[in-house]
Design a protein around this ligand. Structure first.
Ligand code: UDP
Ligand code: MG
Length: 319
């Protein structure tokens, strides 16, 4: 927030959208009076994540009516985190707020976020206070994920953290330097530090359409989050290895003892097969886990661009 005197700060609102045609008009209509009340020059950046409905046409229409609405269109569906990153990369504001396109993140809270920024906070997180319409499964899976994530990564994160947040330009510039695949912005924003605060918000009902986060996308985000922040799953292999080695060694000692000092024939077949299949099972899990991390290294060293832009509205070629 250290700006030269006389510098007028700008506000950017970044909104990723995947098949959200039915929401953008309403979102724009709700945002305009709120943003006007903040009394900072503003822009809205819609990041179209390869939508197959009329989302891009809607953005084009809004841009035609109001040049403060800008758009970036990805060449296909890259996923929420990348669409968000694409929008953030195109934002020009000194202060940037990201939010969902479906009006679940209340625009009325924007002045509160900006107020915290004016107080000197460079990151303003938000945390969902669960309303009754959030499904029990969503709440339970979110609690479980954040507990495991915090445990494995050492990066403290509370359940209900959303990608509805404010970032100061300095923080955003740092975050844009993160080039990793398996992007998990929520974790990165926690990791970077800086003066931050958290505001609670009441999650609204989706205005139109259905959730674009399928269970598959949710699991893949959770997995990306854990594997990009922790190698503890790999270390787990060592612990499992130690425990199974002790068990195998005990079994061996027992077999030798029986052979040397008793006349009992060790009934070997069933227990032998059981131990072997158990150990093979564990071995394959560990191999799979190592494969997963090696695969990520491969993706990382290729240094492919994380998303491709097919069109831009109201901006130079950047990002
Ligand atoms: N989204 C996206 N790409 C995707 C999935 C979702 O850009 O592949 C956007 C979506 O349009 C919305 C935000 O990410 O603005 C959050 O998605 P959604 O509301 O479907 O998730 P939920 O609120 O159900 O977790
Ligand atoms: Mg939503």
């Amino acid at each position: 927030m250290t700006q030269p005197p006389g510098h007028q700060s700008h506000l950017s609102i970044v909104i990723p959208a995947f098949n959200e045609q039915g929401n953008l008009g309403e979102l724009y209509a709700v945002l305009v009076p709120v943003l006007t009340a903040v009394s900072l020059p503003w822009e809205i950046i819609f990041s179209d994540d390869g939508s197959r409905d009329g989302t891009w046409e809607e953005i084009t229409e809004l841009h035609r009516l109001d040049s403060r609405v800008r758009g970036v269109r990805l060449s296909r569906n890259f996923g929420h985190q990348y669409a968000l990153m694409a929008g953030l990369a195109h934002a020009r504001g000194d202060v940037v707020i990201s939010m969902d396109a479906d009006l679940q993140h209340p625009p009325a809270m924007i002045p509160d976020l900006v107020e915290q920024w004016r107080q000197g906070y460079r990151i303003v997180h938000t945390r969902r206070t669960d309303p009754p319409h959030i499904s029990r499964f969503k709440k339970w899976s979110s609690d479980l994920f954040y507990t495991i994530f915090t445990l494995l990564s050492g990066v403290p994160m509370e359940s209900g953290m959303a990608d509805f947040r404010l970032l100061d330009r300095q923080v955003l510039d740092e975050i844009l330097r993160f080039r990793e695949d398996g992007l998990f912005l929520r974790g990165i924003v926690q990791w970077v530090g800086y003066e931050c605060t958290t505001l609670p918000y009441r999650c609204q009902e989706r205005f139109s359409g259905t959730s674009k986060y399928t269970l598959r996308k949710m699991i893949s985000l959770a997995w990306a989050g854990i594997t990009s922040f922790s190698v503890i799953p790999l270390r787990l292999g060592i612990y499992i290895g130690i425990v199974t080695s002790i068990l195998a060694f005990t079994e061996m000692a027992y077999a030798i003892f029986m052979r040397l000092f008793t006349t009992t024939v060790v009934p070997g077949w069933a227990s032998g097969i059981a131990v072997i299949s158990f150990l093979f099972g564990i071995l394959f899990i560990l191999l799979g886990l190592i494969g997963e991390y090696v695969g990520r290294i491969l993706i990382e060293v290729r240094r492919r661009p994380r998303f491709l832009v097919s069109e831009r509205l109201g901006m130079r070629d950047e990002g």
